[in-house]
Design a protein around this ligand. Structure first.
Ligand SMILES: Nc1ncnc2c1ncn2[C@@H]1O[C@H](COP(=O)(O)OP(=O)(O)OP(=O)(O)O)[C@@H](O)[C@H]1O
Length: 723
């Protein structure tokens, strides 16, 4: 993917005539115009002979004046403003595109490295410098990025940092680190939001710095520098400015805390889903919240959250966790896994009492929850805060892309449940800001992702950190909608040998409330098809998944050009922008969110009615997670996927399987491709290595509908092979 030759289609006269509304307002005079010379951009030295691929170069998207990293959704649907250049043509100004010309973080080098793997904190270890600082990744062969909308924008005019080697990256980084923010941006001030940056030349280690109202200079050198990313620090090595973003605190009022959306018409149908529990002596499932015997405050909070009935994964997982057992639970997307682990943990904490308090010097959380993306961990935190409302239990969230000092300050105020992304967690542990001795619960949400090659090593480090109780001493809970066999095997290292495995429906299966359609669409027709679909959809909330960060920017910009209010989220956007984008989507300002896989898992956004896979992901599991952003909690949704026979044939067989398991129509052409395509290890009936259909330990104990309690294991499990 990503090789689409956009150039042929993108050069259209109307492109340069569309100017986003805020551009008109702020820069309508020609004075701010094209200070960046477009021809220089496409010089061979810079584009490495590959500018053919970069539509932005030819159309002026992102050339020169950054639109800032404003969400493209702010390119209003309704505005068409007479020509004044193209997107972002002109100055390297308004770094992030904030209306008040606020500056931040300053990732403004001219080149950036694209990666298909748009994930979180393990990737963020690369972020501070190498990804952003002026170099170009050979594979991507882009002379510059897409419309970076400022920030790390390609064509920043004044300091683009072009170059073709990693050395240039170093140079750019050094340049940035040596006072770029301090000395080159004296006393910048903008209004509001604490985003104002102030010059701090000479502060800290004397390398310059920048500061906002809520921000402090964190320099990269000297005794006080944070740990390098390679060591697990997320804020970067010696070069480059540190992340200073402090997320706004979530609303404190009860209505906001307990705001929720309605369960859908199919919520009751959850009861008919088959549930398997494997392992020894599984406790009986419960049928009602009352049976869980939770304390009054918790019960009140559950009621205030609008939960009246347990979902299947909750019926089985809650008693298992209450019984102190380790658990691997697999249930379809949007079926309430978060509450399935939070409620029993909170119940235990309430029963046993907590030790951490704001008066303790070293915070020692009783529970650590990790998840692969920042937005997801924040969502889990909000759920934890909701269910612990009115109790003395304090949940804290820490994640990358935010100021480390802020994370530390949150923790020292008291921390019983620590919700964290892996990079930030390891950073905090490395700095000895928390003690692990009290950890009784370790939860890996999206556990298959947390244990795969990306995060697995970090998770292994986590469980072998000094002080971390051994698996015999803690309770470990793994949750996901997908659990490939090989990951299940790896999980044995984390779990006690007698763990229980709960499978609600088919492991790795898609949610049946999502109506799936697969359309055969070639690369060159995708955009046209997308626009056609979105026009038909109207204002209904839609997530569009693409394979690369660069393409996410491109498609979002393209849609804005087509007057479709769109924003985007991906791993190269600053955290502030990501949160803004998600907010704009969540609250309806932009009904279309273009995303990479960073938004594929876990995100629970009300009323997402459509998911469009503009590009199919590389794995079927990812497909299942992506389409699971719609059709949640008994609501219905639609997923449309563009299948390009040039690149997606390997997915034909697993797609046919997922579609038929979910009782969806399977197009004849897809079956034909599936039939004629050899996929090593795949077999339609067992799914081979593609994903597991059962607990890989083989011992199945029950096969029940969710409304009935489980039976004892029919086949004792060979636990020995799991240590
Ligand atoms: N028993 C319940 N009654 C009503 N709503 C519920 C119940 N359990 C969960 N929900 C709601 O259902 C939605 C989906 O829950 P959640 O995000 O935990 O799903 P999930 O299984 O973790 O999904 P994913 O696999 O995508 O991460 C949330 O809005 C949650 O508040």
């Amino acid at each position: 993917m990503g090789d689409e030759d956009w150039e042929a289609e993108i050069i259209k006269p109307h492109v340069s005539s569309y100017v986003p509304v805020f551009e008109k307002d702020k820069y309508s005079s020609g004075a701010n115009g094209d200070t960046f010379n477009r021809t220089s951009v496409s010089s061979p030295e810079m584009d490495n002979g590959s500018s053919r691929k970069d539509p932005f170069l030819r159309t002026g998207f992102g050339s020169g004046r950054s639109l800032g990293n404003r969400d493209v959704g702010e390119f209003s649907k309704r505005e068409t403003i007479p020509t004044m250049g193209s997107f972002g043509s002109g100055k390297g100004f308004g770094n992030r595109g904030f209306p008040n010309n606020k500056f931040e973080e300053g990732d403004s080098s001219g080149f950036w490295k694209e990666s298909n793997n748009d994930c979180e904190d393990n990737q963020t270890w690369n972020r501070g410098f190498s990804k952003r600082g002026g170099f170009q990744d050979g594979n991507e062969s882009e002379a510059s990025g897409p419309p970076r909308r400022g920030g790390r924008g390609s064509f920043r005019g004044c300091r683009g940092g072009f170059g073709g080697s990693e050395n240039n990256d170093q140079d750019e980084g050094t340049q940035r680190a040596s006072g770029l923010f301090g000395s080159r941006r004296p006393a910048l001030s903008g209004a509001g939001n604490g985003d104002t940056f102030q010059s701090r030349s000479g502060s800290g280690s004397g390398r310059g710095g920048y500061k906002g109202l809520n921000e402090e200079v964190i320099t990269g050198t000297g005794k006080n520098s944070w740990k390098s990313e390679a060591e697990g620090g997320e804020s970067g090595d010696v070069q480059g400015p540190k992340v200073t973003y402090i997320p706004p605190p979530p609303p404190e009022d009860e209505d906001s805390i307990f705001a929720h959306y309605q369960t859908g018409i199919n919520f009751d149908k959850y009861d008919t889903i088959l549930v398997e529990v494997s392992g020894h002596e599984a406790p009986q499932a419960i049928l009602t919240f009352e049976e869980a015997n939770l304390c009054q405050t918790l019960s009140n909070n559950i009621a205030k959250a609008g939960y009246t009935k347990l979902t299947p994964v909750q019926k089985y997982s809650i008693p298992i966790i209450l019984a102190g057992r380790d658990l691997m639970a697999c249930a379809q997307t949007g079926s309430g896994k978060t509450a399935a682990f939070l409620l029993p943990i909170l119940a235990h904490l309430m029963r046993d009492g907590i030790t951490a308090s704001r008066f303790k010097e070293l915070q020692e959380p009783e529970c650590i929850i990790v998840a692969p993306t920042r937005e997801l961990i924040n969502q889990i935190y909000l759920e934890a805060r909701k269910f612990s409302f009115g109790t003395c239990i304090r949940a804290v969230v820490i994640y990358g892309g935010t100021q480390l000092g802020h994370s530390i300050r949150q923790i020292v105020q008291g921390c019983n449940i620590l919700c964290a992304t892996p990079g930030r967690l390891m950073d905090i542990i490395g700095k000895e800001k928390i003690g692990l001795k009290q950890v009784k619960y370790l939860v890996l949400d999206e556990a298959d992702r947390m244990l795969d090659m990306g995060f697995g090593p970090e998770m292994k480090k986590l469980i072998s950190c000094p002080g971390m109780p051994s698996k015999e001493q803690r309770q470990t809970l793994l949750f996901s909608a997908t659990f490939p066999e090989e990951i299940q095997r790896l999980a044995g290292e984390f779990l006690k040998s007698n763990y229980l495995f709960v499978a609600v429906g088919q492991v790795g299966g898609a949610c049946r409330d999502v109506q799936q359609s697969i359309l055969q669409v070639g690369q060159y027709s995708k955009r046209e098809k997308l626009v056609e679909i979105l026009r038909n959809i109207g204002d209904e909330r839609t997530m569009v998944f693409v394979e690369t960060k660069k393409k996410a920017d491109f498609i979002a910009t393209f849609l804005c050009q087509e007057k479709i209010s769109t924003t985007s989220i991906h791993g190269d956007r600053e955290q502030r922008e990501r949160e803004q984008a998600l907010g704009d989507f969540r609250y309806g300002k932009c009904p279309v969110l273009v995303a990479t896989s960073v938004a594929a898992r876990g995100l629970d956004i009300e009323n997402v009615q459509h998911v469009i896979n503009f590009d199919l992901p590389s794995t079927i599991d990812e497909y299942v997670h992506r389409i699971g952003r719609t059709g949640r909690c008994g609501n219905t949704g639609r997923a449309i996927s563009f299948f390009d026979p040039e690149s997606d044939n390997h997915l034909a067989q697993p797609l046919v399987k997922v579609l038929s398991d979910a009782q969806q129509d399977v197009p004849a052409w897809l079956e034909e491709i599936a039939f004629s395509t050899y996929v090593p290890g795949f077999s339609g009936s067992t799914r081979g290595n593609v994903f597991a259909s059962v607990d890989t330990r083989k011992g199945k104990s029950t096969l029940n509908t969710a409304g009935f309690s489980s039976l004892q294991a029919a086949n004792p499990v060979d636990n020995d092979s799991w240590d």
